[in-house]
Design a protein around this ligand. Structure first.
Ligand SMILES: Nc1ncnc2c1ncn2[C@@H]1O[C@H](COP(=O)(O)OP(=O)(O)OP(=O)(O)O)[C@@H](O)[C@H]1O
Ligand SMILES: [Mg+2]
Length: 361
């Protein structure tokens, strides 16, 4: 977890800068290496997301019964919630091959035309990060999704001609962490949209048990619950914490994980009971101890924790807000009563009064 050793800011704040964080939902190198082994292979094995699973099950079964290709599916949700996993499950359930590509890999319409024209009938085309596709490719995709046809442009300028190309029916599975960035014409062309929610602790407990089984790790119910509670509602984080706890248990406890071992291990890795790491706690502590719980401006808060504004705003705050520990108000950042409780601190009298209006206390 060396988020403070990631070197100079390279401009755009990419997720990658913080993928070393144990509690980041995005995939790091190690995740990618082990995830293939941990991915559920069919809908029955896929834990949680009851609604999505039920609806998808109907969509796929109906298509199978009709002997047709399934409708296009859009999967939206935060990193690590199972979008890639679900796309592979869709192909498996349809007994169809799957082709995997991503928005950033398709820079020209020609790139997309090449992929589309080589699809087999019924194939699943998984387009990850679909919101990052180029505009011309996007427009080609509209027609391909609707009419299973693309116009390949040959030549340039006034002499250019469009040669129509028929495509075999296929199922597009698009994935995005930013559904709001998709242009409506694209969103509307999906027959089924699945919004993936964060997982409940009991669901993550099942994820941890399942992964422990596959990794041949001995863990009891309390140990799994301890890891699940610190995983920020995200299966990828649960799997990652499980691997770190396993390391600790191997060295200190002959490989057996119970609540105490899990808690001790995650203390070493600085992931607290609610899944906050050093950065998150640093922000909260500054807000509470230096600014009496706020309101304080983002820039001031960032200087106090020795981080860039963007880091505080885009890396730490979203989870703190989601957890109801911090509020963004027009007057600045404000700690909620839950934040004081979480850090075991007592709010000073005057602040409690000053915040009455904000929290209706
Ligand atoms: N419902 C689930 N049940 C069990 N394991 C899951 C589930 N969802 C995800 N996982 C596990 O979490 C890991 C991450 O899932 P996946 O790669 O599908 O996430 P993603 O949504 O595609 O993330 P990203 O946005 O980074 O691409 C997988 O290795 C898988 O083992
Ligand atoms: Mg993915």
């Amino acid at each position: 977890m060396n988020w403070d050793e990631t070197g100079p800011d390279t401009g755009e704040l990419t997720d990658e800068r913080f993928h070393d964080r144990l509690v980041d939902g995005g995939a790091d190198g190690e995740d990618t290496a082990v995830e293939a082994a941990l991915r559920p292979k069919d809908l029955g094995e896929f834990i949680g997301q009851e609604k999505v699973r039920e609806q998808l099950d109907l969509v796929l079964k109906a298509a199978l019964a009709r002997g047709a290709t399934a409708d296009h599916v859009l999967l939206s949700g935060a990193p690590g919630l199972g979008k890639t996993t679900l796309s592979m499950i869709i192909a498996a359930e349809m007994n169809a091959p799957i082709r995997i590509t991503s928005g950033p890999a398709i820079q020209h319409a020609g790139d997309l035309a090449a992929i589309l024209s080589s699809l087999q009938e019924g194939e699943v085309l998984f387009l990850d990060e679909i919101h990052r596709m180029s505009r011309p490719a996007e427009e080609m995709l509209y027609m391909a999704m609707e009419d299973f046809r693309v116009d390949v442009i040959v030549g340039k300028g006034p002499g250019a001609t469009a040669i129509p190309l028929e495509l075999p029916p296929f199922t597009l599975v698009g994935a995005t962490t930013r559904a709001g960035l998709l242009p409506p014409p694209l969103r509307d062309r999906f027959g089924f949209t699945a919004h993936m929610e964060f997982y409940a602790p009991t669901e993550l407990e099942r994820v941890v048990h399942r992964s422990a089984g596959l990794l041949d790790v001995a863990i009891d119910t309390d140990g799994a619950a301890e890891i699940a509670g610190r995983s920020r509602g995200t299966p990828r984080i649960a799997n990652r914490l499980l691997r770190r706890v396993r390391d600790y248990a191997q060295v200190k406890a002959e490989g057996r994980i119970d609540r105490e071992i899990a808690a001790a291990a995650l203390r070493v890795y600085e992931v607290d009971e609610r899944g906050l790491d050093r950065l998150d706690r640093g922000v909260l502590e500054a807000l509470l101890k230096l600014f009496g719980g706020g309101p304080v401006g983002l820039s001031t808060l960032a200087v106090a924790v020795g981080e860039e504004r963007e880091t505080v705003e885009e890396v730490a705050e979203p989870f703190l807000v989601r957890e109801g520990l911090l509020a963004r108000t027009p007057r600045g950042r404000v700690a909620t009563p839950a934040a004081w409780a979480h850090l075991g601190l007592v709010p000073p009298q005057h602040t409690a009064k000053g915040q009455q209006g904000l929290f209706g206390a």
